[in-house]
Write a protein that binds this ligand. Sequence first.
Ligand SMILES: [Cu+2]
Length: 228
Amino acid sequence: MSGKARRRREARRRARQRRDEQMAEPPPQEEGAEEAAGPSVEEPARTAAGPEARHSRAARKRAKRSGGIQERVARVHVSPWLIATPVVAIGVGIVAVLVLTSGSSGTTGGGSPSPTPDPRVAGLTPDVSFNIDAGGEVNNAFFGPDTITANAGDVIELVVTNIGSVSHNLRVAGPDDEYDTADDFEMPPNVIIPGETQRLVVKLDQPGTYRFRCDFHPLVQTGTLVLE
Ligand SMILES: [Cu+2]
């Protein structure tokens, strides 16, 4: 056998091996062609290589399959998060709703104006009550009325309704006649949004004139509490 023929046969053998790796069963006509090509000196090697190739194919298939399973398992591992995420979102939503609900029920107090936590008036029943409108904005904000006359030592309830379109509040300066000090009387929360009514209870034992104002419009929206 010439070197050329040997090389050709060797090339064919390699090509066949590659085919074997790609296909489960080589077409029978190729088997015949191989037999016609020459004696089967290399036939044992080829048949040996065949099962081996098949084995490796099977191994690859198994690997691929198990890889697929692993992939599926990985997907299964991911899916609890996909389930957990909406559950967590729903949970957060419920908590948010509960917080908002409790907050709003706290401020509305079941329809009545919120009670003041000021210990000076906590639990006291008002002796007298005044309705005050708060309206306007910027330079024309006002209280109506802006002068309240009552008796010193009385528990005075100021029911303030925002009839305007911007927020207002009402702060009484207190005995020191200074705003933003510890003895101020202010409503919690210290803001009245348009259309809302808030209640402020005041008790001052010394006769005198006490100033009050809206913190949002402190220069124009002022009033006085005259205690006799
Ligand atoms: Cu105001």
